[in-house]
Write a protein that binds this ligand. Structure first.
Ligand SMILES: Cc1cc2nc3c(=O)[nH]c(=O)nc-3n(C[C@H](O)[C@H](O)[C@H](O)COP(=O)(O)O)c2cc1C
Length: 446
């Protein structure tokens, strides 16, 4: 069978899309905190046979800039952030086949809690759940979740590794054939087919036994998006659906894809059971010219304050503490405790050793769509096909300039063209997310 693309909707349970300016877009819906919004959006994605609707998350509004939230609220910079797991369930109830992924942080939750939440979602959606494992980003999240500062970058991944050991322990502690439910004999489940994990480690203790049986797909699909050296190592060990940033060049995209697949194999895993999907903005319309007009409108809606605020948030550094043209010192660059890959990307793409805030805004593409695919069906499909067919990715995390517009237009114009080329499925293969992603069911005991 011809290899086919995986499509993931890059969604937010917030007042804007990943692109802050989206709330100002004339065609954006203004009821982003209503259940109808998410139910309608789920139906659009399912009509387009998207395999996954994915909700990102952060546990604070981006108030790192100037250590003040007033600008965040005034400019609508992701200041509404609902619990994505709850919102995702609204979408789950409005759909039948669409996979449902949501983010939970290993830095600020307990593994038993996360294991139970996602195992429950997996049962309540008939095996369509996925968990995006993140280690979180900044002090705002720490301050909301009972800590003073966000822990150091690599140590977060050490904790995350142990977190996963506990979660996987719980998710594999009921055998698939544990439940008998025999009303005559009175046996509900085999006592020896449900085990404790008795975990006592450096960061966590969790005894078990776990309290949720396994779903049709075994356990939720694990999503991960580590981009640093340590993050990629973690992703290669645990991730089944791996998100990557938009590559700076196609060559680097190919190199990254190859390295990730090799890292997955080095962990003793089958690289085919690991799907790599970069985030990609799509601006499409009936004609190329119309799409270009739309892209120009999006460009006009972006502002510098959005970018500075999001840079401060992601890198966990207050950009207001520097003049716009004042270069970062070596020491400041060395001690970025947030997203180091963003720093590295700016250094690499600008060729500047000590960039200024203005240069960070320019080269990071924060608050602007990063190299969007723009055009009618043909141009966008050509672009996606090139990435997919030349070793850059297995699918796309489709980011929106406005909602529902980006998705309704993508489903209307681009999806049929990809289907015509045989690059995208015409219907869901099965009921569970694993079936629809071509991932095996992790079997236990039976
Ligand atoms: C498509 C995509 C979605 C992401 N979603 C989240 C998210 O919801 N929450 C979060 O804290 N980080 C999110 N991240 C960030 C990653 O988890 C990761 O921290 C980041 O890519 C930097 O890599 P590093 O942690 O190895 O430094 C996302 C990254 C990508 C590419």
């Amino acid at each position: 069978m011809q290899r086919q693309m995986v499509m993931v909707g890059f969604l937010q349970a917030q007042n804007c899309t990943n692109l802050v300016s989206s709330w100002r877009h004339p065609e954006s819906r203004t009821d982003t905190w209503s259940p109808e919004y998410y139910a309608d959006l789920g139906r659009v994605l399912e009509a387009g046979k998207f395999q996954v609707a994915f909700f990102d998350d952060r546990l604070a509004m981006p108030d790192r800039y100037g250590n003040d939230h007033r600008h965040t609220v005034e400019h609508g910079i992701r200041c509404v952030k609902m619990d994505p797991v709850t919102v995702m369930m609204v979408m789950g109830m409005a759909t039948k086949r669409l996979g449902l992924g949501s983010t939970r942080s290993t830095t600020y939750y307990e593994p038993f809690d996360v294991a139970r939440t996602f195992a429950t979602i997996d049962l309540m959606t008939n095996g369509r759940a996925a968990w995006n494992v993140v280690t979180s980003m900044n002090d705002g999240e720490a301050l909301n979740m009972g800590k003073d500062v966000h822990p150091e970058h690599d140590s977060r991944y050490d904790r995350a590794d142990e977190f996963m050991e506990v979660v996987m322990g719980h998710w594999t502690s009921w055998d698939d054939d544990a439940i008998v439910q025999n009303k005559e004999t009175g046996l509900f489940a085999h006592g020896d087919k449900v085990r404790r994990i008795d975990h006592k480690g450096k960061f966590f203790q969790s005894r078990g036994p776990f309290t949720v049986p396994r779903s049709k797909q075994g356990h939720p699909v694990v999503i991960q998006a580590g981009q640093s050296g340590r993050g990629k190592q973690f992703a290669a060990r645990w991730g089944e659906l791996l998100f990557v940033g938009s590559p700076p060049t196609l060559e680097l995209g190919r190199k990254n894809y190859k390295e990730i697949k090799e890292a997955v194999a080095a962990q003793g895993r089958n690289p085919d059971h690991c799907i790599i999907a970069p985030s990609a903005y799509i601006i499409c319309a009936e004609t190329k010219m119309e799409a270009e007009d739309k892209a120009a409108l999006t460009e006009r809606l972006t502002t510098e304050i959005d970018a500075l605020s999001l840079l401060s948030e992601a890198m966990n550094f207050d950009f207001a503490s520097k003049g716009m043209d004042e270069p970062f010192t070596d020491d400041e660059l060395d001690h970025i405790s947030g997203t180091q890959s963003m720093r590295d990307r700016v250094l690499a793409s600008s060729g500047i050793k000590n960039p200024t805030p203005r240069e960070f805004v320019k080269y990071s593409h924060r608050a602007r769509p990063n190299k969007p695919f723009i055009g009618g069906a043909k141009e966008v499909a050509d672009g996606l096909e090139e990435w997919f067919s030349t070793g850059i990715c297995d699918g796309f995390v489709v980011a929106a300039t406005h909602v529902p517009g980006t998705y309704t237009e993508f489903v209307k114009y681009v999806i049929p063209e990809l289907q015509r080329r045989g690059l995208y499925h015409k219907d869901y293969r099965g009921e569970t997310l694993r079936e629809n992603l071509g991932l095996p069911i992790p079997r236990i005991g039976a």
